[in-house]
Structures are given as structure tokens and as C-alpha cells.
Design a protein around this ligand. Structure first.
Ligand code: ATP
Length: 272
């Protein structure tokens, strides 16, 4: 479980990127973080993995205050947080298997991993994860020989190799086609539920998020302006997050707008 209490961040430039954010994400819950550009989504994620130092407030992971830990404790904390990136961040010249095993780097140490001496259990776990993400037959392919969707699956398997308590996911579908985007969102959400991981997904595609996540949090100007069920994202609430827009206008070429959208909510075409 992740708990943020009174989390604020003011950058040296004077920008107040987060203002008194209070949030609890229980194990197994997938939360989408939405909001316009500059709302503070990346800052929140960076505070949690401690790439950015919060100005005020606390961050607790499974009851442990990780807000100001340093050195070995910071490394231990980061081990518990799996990251999935928009650009996959694979080592392109390494194989799929080597990329997945690199998720164990923080556990096995540099020299052992440098000589590729991973324990047999790690290799077994990597094969299991590759099977789970549908890449078991591609384990010896180089990273640069994969499609965008396949790279993202490797990124997911690598994050899970860490055996994290929390997943932080940054725009996982930004460069993917609509069908692959849905498959990747479904995979991430299913895995979080199966493995009882808390997850925060920073995502711009509101319709896609609504179809898969358990909860949506909306930020605007560093403030939390919505925290609720995806099906409660009404046009009024979307306006409170993103500002004035005619949310009922449907784009003809909007492939993600399908009948599986939550019933009773007019979210059609809600692509801010
Ligand atoms: N390193 C930094 N130094 C100073 N100000 C920053 C820094 N990073 C972000 N900001 C400011 O903090 C605010 C929140 O930015 P942030 O990147 O967290 O927003 P975001 O919601 O992730 O935006 P986007 O969707 O465009 O990625 C903005 O006003 C931004 O200009």
C-alpha cells in the first residue's frame, strides 16, 4: 500500500507543482493519474520514486516512511518500486531475456550480473514472466528487433522481476496503436490484480484509462480535483480537471471509443 500525506513540491523556480496531496493506493489497486500538461503528474511519480525531493509531507510504502531515506535504504526502497516507461527504456543490443533479468540487478549485484551469472531461480522466474506477457518464444531476440508493443511487454516483465510492491507507469501506451494500447493496459491491470500490486499510471488517454483502471485521480495546477470511480468521470468533472471543452463531440477516427466504455456516462470522444 502506498500512502501520501500532505505531499507538496515547490521547485527552486518557485513553481508549486503539488499542493497538499493526500492519497492511499491499496495493494492490488490500479489508479490512473490524469490531468492537463503541467498539472503535476510527473512530479508526483518522481516524488514517490524519490527522483524529486518533496518539499512537505510524507510518503509511506507498506507502512514504512520512505520520504527522506538515503543511501542503502533508498536503494532498498527503489527496489520495491517497479517502473514502466513510455519509451520502454530497454537495452536494445541485449536479448529479451537479458533485459528481463536486468530487473534483478538491484538484488544480484553488479559483477554477478556483468558476468551474467544469475541464480537459476531468477532465470526460471524470467521464463515464467515472459510466458505471462506472451513472449516466451522471443526470449533470445535482441531488444532492437521487437515491435513497440513487444518492447513494452519486456518492460513490464522487467519491472515485475524486481518483485515490487508498487508499479509506477508513465504513459505506457503513448506510442502504440489503439489495439496494442488496450492489450498493454489490460495486461498491466490484470498483473497488478493477480500479484496484488498497487499501481499509479500516468496517462493522457482518459477513455482508455476508464476502460481498465479501478480508480481515477485528476490533478489540476498541482491540486487534487477528482478522486473516484472511472465511471463517475462526467463531462462536468472532465471540465473541472482540463477546463472548458465540448466533451460530447465524437472524433470519427477515434478507435478507442467503443461499446465497452462505462455505461451511463457521456465520455465519448473525451480525449483532452
Ligand atoms: N525540474 C523542474 N524545475 C522547475 N519546475 C518544474 C520542473 N519540473 C516540472 N516543473 C513545473 O512543475 C509543474 C508540474 O510539472 P509536471 O511535469 O509534474 O506536470 P505533468 O502533469 O507531468 O505535465 P505533462 O503531462 O506535460 O508531462 C509545471 O508548472 C512545471 O513547469
Amino acid at each position: 500500500m502506498l500512502k501520501l500525506t500532505g505531499l507538496s513540491k515547490r521547485y527552486d523556480t518557485g513553481d508549486l507543482a503539488l499542493n497538499d496531496i493526500n492519497l492511499t493506493v491499496p495493494a492490488g489497486q490500479v489508479m490512473a493519474l490524469i490531468g492537463p500538461s503541467g498539472a503535476g503528474k510527473s512530479t508526483l511519480i518522481r516524488c514517490v520514486n524519490r527522483l524529486v525531493e518533496p518539499s512537505h509531507g510524507t510518503i509511506e510504502l507498506d507502512g514504512q516512511d520512505v520520504t527522506r531515506v538515503r543511501g542503502a535504504r533508498l536503494r532498498q526502497t527503489r527496489r520495491q518500486i517497479g517502473m514502466i516507461f513510455q519509451n520502454h527504456a530497454l537495452v536494445e543490443r541485449l536479448s529479451v531475456m537479458e533485459n528481463v533479468l536486468s530487473g534483478r540487478l538491484a538484488y544480484v549485484g553488479f559483477w554477478r550480473s556483468f558476468f551474467r551469472r544469475f541464480p537459476a531461480d531468477d532465470i526460471r522466474q524470467a521464463f515464467n514472466l515472459l510466458e505471462r506477457v506472451g513472449l516466451q518464444t522471443q526470449f533470445d531476440k535482441r531488444g532492437d528487433a521487437l515491435s513497440g508493443g513487444q518492447k513494452q511487454r519486456v518492460g513490464i516483465a522487467r519491472a515485475l522481476m524486481q518483485q515490487p510492491k508498487l508499479l509506477l507507469v508513465d504513459e505506457p501506451t503513448a506510442s502504440l496503436d489503439p489495439k496494442t494500447s488496450r492489450q498493454i493496459m489490460r495486461l498491466i491491470c490484470d498483473l497488478c490484480r493477480e500479484q496484488q500490486l498497487a499501481a499509479i499510471i500516468n496517462i493522457h488517454d482518459v477513455v482508455l484509462a476508464q476502460q481498465f483502471v479501478d480508480r481515477v485521480v485528476g490533478l489540476r495546477g498541482g491540486e487534487l480535483v477528482f478522486d473516484g470511480d472511472p465511471k463517475d468521470l462526467s463531462p462536468d468533472i472532465l471540465t473541472s480537471i482540463y477546463g472548458e471543452e465540448d466533451w460530447s463531440v465524437v472524433d470519427d477516427d477515434d478507435d478507442t471509443n467503443d461499446s465497452s466504455a462505462p455505461a451511463g456516462v457521456d465520455i465519448a470522444g473525451a480525449h483532452p
